[in-house]
Design a protein around this ligand. Structure first.
Ligand SMILES: Nc1ncnc2c1ncn2[C@@H]1O[C@H](COP(=O)(O)OP(=O)(O)OP(=O)(O)O)[C@@H](O)[C@H]1O
Ligand SMILES: CC(C)(CO)[C@@H](O)C(=O)NCCC(=O)O
Ligand SMILES: [K+]
Length: 257
């Protein structure tokens, strides 16, 4: 059945791919972002994922891509035309998002942040704060009128952890989970406490400061790898949606096809 919509979210660490059939996300995959990879390398990889899932690339009716890695756009667009016989929609100038972006320069906002806001607005009543725990942790504020105001960009949990390990000889690589206590009694516990409780404090602190600045009580939605873990201890995160970005891409596809 030639009815599949293929959605692709290109991040700095991972590319997340999804297939929608009859408005349902039926398949999703995560592959590493390799900034030098070619259209044929991505083509083989993606064809392999489709084959393994029993899907045919030629059953794809439409493709939409959001990317925050400009150097990969050429290879991915070529992959779509060569292996899927489709010209993809690309989130960016020219694509209708229905979102009023109040950044000084709207073109500067990461496509992933816009897509997240589109998805969140479909499900929740603004004002909203959307937090995405990816390579960077982004905080986006959508006001009561549904306008995208902007937000904050902080180093991601993985980047912070990596930096600690890289810069301090005696600090090991650790598993990112909450330790039994915040007063760690060994190096691993101490690092887990510093990173994860530190992160919860940062997240809640930024949310609080945004609420003060706007004098509003927004709904707080989180997505991305560590959303679930951080949300458990956060005072303010109310909803976790691991597929927010893919949902937003699918909505944008429907609005622009
Ligand atoms: N249960 C977990 N425990 C620890 N870390 C996790 C867990 N689940 C996900 N992660 C981390 O989150 C990351 C995935 O998060 P996400 O997909 O939001 O960001 P990313 O793909 O790394 O970033 P980007 O979207 O910028 O490429 C993984 O690389 C992993 O390090
Ligand atoms: C912040 C990241 C890296 C998060 O993926 C991405 O959204 C991005 O590159 N944004 C561009 C800068 C901005 O959004 O203001
Ligand atoms: K992501």
């Amino acid at each position: 059945m030639r009815g599949m919509i293929f959605v692709i979210d290109v991040g700095n660490t991972n590319i997340v791919l999804g297939v929608y059939q009859q408005d349902q996300l039926t398949h999703h995959w995560r592959i590493n972002t390799h900034k030098q990879q070619t259209e044929d390398e991505y083509g083989m990889l993606v064809k392999g994922l489709f084959r393994e899932a029993g899907l045919s690339p030629l059953d794809v009716r439409g493709i939409i891509i959001s990317s925050v890695v400009p150097s990969l756009m050429f290879a991915l667009e070529r992959m779509c035309t060569k292996y899927f016989k489709q010209t993809p929609l690309v989130v960016g100038p020219g694509l209708k998002t229905g979102l009023a972006i109040q950044y000084e320069n709207p073109k500067e906002v990461g496509a992933d942040r816009i897509v997240n806001a589109v998805a969140a607005l479909e499900e929740y009543t603004p004002p909203l704060i959307i937090i995405d725990f990816g390579t960077a942790t982004t905080f986006c504020y959508v006001d009561e009128k549904g306008h995208y105001l902007g937000g904050a960009i902080a180093p991601g949990v993985q980047i912070s952890t990596e930096a600690l390990y890289q810069y301090a000889s005696k600090l090991p690589r650790i598993e990112l989970k909450f330790p039994r206590r915040v007063i760690g009694r060994n190096t691993v516990e101490a690092m887990q406490a510093g990173i994860l409780y530190g992160y919860v404090g940062q997240v809640d602190g930024i949310i609080e400061t945004m609420m003060e600045e706007k004098s509003q009580q927004p709904t707080i939605i989180a997505t991305g790898g560590l959303a679930e873990i951080i949300a458990q201890k956060s005072t303010y995160i109310q909803h976790v949606d691991p597929f927010l970005t893919l949902k937003g891409l699918y909505l944008l596809y429907q609005r622009n096809r």
